[in-house]
Design a protein around this ligand. Structure first.
Ligand SMILES: [Zn+2]
Ligand SMILES: [Zn+2]
Length: 136
């Protein structure tokens, strides 16, 4: 049983690494199913959260739902409010800010995670075309 668990966990981790574009749990489930058609959705979800807890992957809570990320270095996420695409954007670590919050609140291990929203170039194009079509 233990061996099967380890293998499933490995499959889930590999799927997140292959689907480098912030996959949803469902997308990861479908990818893992290609490797192991006996694996259940619940098993995939459980392993995703295990991997996030142990810091092997990152869980990103976006307005459109939870995504998973193989990148563990500090970065912000830019989410398209139209289609839900998530991209990475560089962001400096706000260590000074966090330490200041720790001092003023007494909390420990304060960190930030940033979600920015906007409209991606593809959606801008689509919206512009839709607006143009309406005018005609
Ligand atoms: Zn978009
Ligand atoms: Zn990311």
């Amino acid at each position: 049983m233990e061996r099967r668990n380890t293998r499933q966990r490995q499959l889930v981790l590999e799927a997140v690494q292959e689907l480098c574009d912030h996959p949803t749990a469902d997308e990861i489930y479908l990818r893992v199913r290609e490797q192991d058609d006996h694996i259940s959705r619940g098993t995939v979800y459980r392993n995703l959260h295990l991997l996030a807890d142990t810091g092997e992957i990152l869980s990103v809570k976006t307005p459109g739902g939870e995504r998973f990320d193989r990148r563990m270095d500090h970065h912000a996420h830019l989410v398209c409010s139209e289609c839900g695409t998530v991209i990475d954007v560089p962001m400096s670590k706000q260590d000074d800010f966090c330490r200041q919050i720790e001092r003023s609140t007494g909390y420990a291990s304060v960190s930030t995670s940033t979600i920015l929203t906007g409209v991606c170039p593809a959606c801008q194009e689509r919206l512009r075309k839709a607006a143009g079509a309406e005018q005609r």
